[in-house]
Write a protein that binds this ligand. Structure first.
Ligand code: OGA
Ligand code: MN
Length: 277
């Protein structure tokens, strides 16, 4: 008698976010489960594949089964490291990843998803945390939702840079401001699916039509709300783990780790498919 082999097994890691997928490389690269995995990703925010040990080519091949691969500075795979000898000027910028953010939040169409593989780890810190911004929206009291839904938030590159350089020089501030113009996004993203999520993170500076104080206080409150333990999954990495996150329905951050720790991740990114609206 032959027993049908189960080629893909899913286990939810917390009630509101994160699902572990057990499968094999051949099955994943075949694309047979791509639609299923895309749906699970959208519902669960993060997919965890432990010890899959994909090569960079397999990492991009798998990403391509689930969407359109985005080039990152001409490369299909970007090295994520705080070491300047690996990443040059990007290394400084990546310190911003220690704080809750949405990748490409300054764009009309942020990236769809990221595929991150751990290559070398730090002895201390370096877990990656994800917060489900759909769940955070869903659980807000209905009375608050009505007012929040009308609000628009100004996102600035400057705001995201101040987290690691609170007092910039004039030249630095000018460079930040010239690099990206402020971007106004609705506080609440109504996706084409009809589901709604909060758009927050380090780029969120203030609220249109509110005093600076009042707007910042509100954003701070919502950020605290959205990153409560029930909405968060934190991943303790082993080398070879792959994490896929839905960049349109989660925020993420890395637990701080030493710059000279040698931590190295490789990242493949899928192009965005939907405007924040
Ligand atoms: C990223 C990112 C977090 C990490 O690659 O966009 O934020 O843990 N990475 O390296
Ligand atoms: Mn990031």
């Amino acid at each position: 008698m032959t027993v049908a082999m189960l080629k893909l097994k899913k286990t939810d890691l917390t009630p509101r976010i994160g699902t572990e997928i057990r499968s094999d490389i051949e099955t994943l690269l075949s694309g047979k489960y791509a639609a299923d995995l895309r749906e699970t990703l959208e519902q669960r925010g993060v997919l965890v594949f432990r010890g899959l040990d994909l090569t960079e080519d397999q990492q991009t091949a798998f990403a391509k089964t689930m969407g359109k691969l985005m080039l990152q500075g001409n490369k299909e795979v970007l090295s994520i490291s705080l070491d300047k000898s690996v990443n040059g000027a990007l290394a400084d910028y990546l310190i911003g990843s220690f704080y809750w953010h949405i990748d490409m939040a300054m764009e009309d169409v942020p990236s769809r998803a990221c595929f991150l593989v751990a290559r070398k780890l730090s002895d201390t810190g370096g877990d990656t945390l994800f917060a489900n911004t759909y769940a955070a929206w869903d659980d807000l009291p209905e009375s608050e939702k009505k007012t929040l839904e009308k609000l628009r938030v100004v996102h600035t590159f400057e705001n995201s840079q101040r987290v690691f350089k609170p007092i910039p020089t004039y030249a630095e501030l000018k460079a930040w401001q010239e690099f990206k113009r402020p971007k106004v996004h609705p506080l609440v993203w109504t996706h084409q699916s009809g589901r709604k999520s909060l758009v927050l993170g380090t780029t969120a500076s203030h609220v249109e039509g509110m005093s600076l104080e009042e707007g910042r206080l509100l954003l701070c409150k919502l950020q605290d709300w959205a990153t409560q333990p029930q909405f968060v999954y934190g991943h303790k990495w082993n080398v070879g783990d792959l994490l896929v996150w839905d960049n349109t329905g989660t925020m993420h951050r890395a637990e701080p780790y030493p710059i000279d720790s040698g931590r190295l991740m490789t990242r493949a990114t899928l192009e965005g498919e939907e405007r924040v609206a």
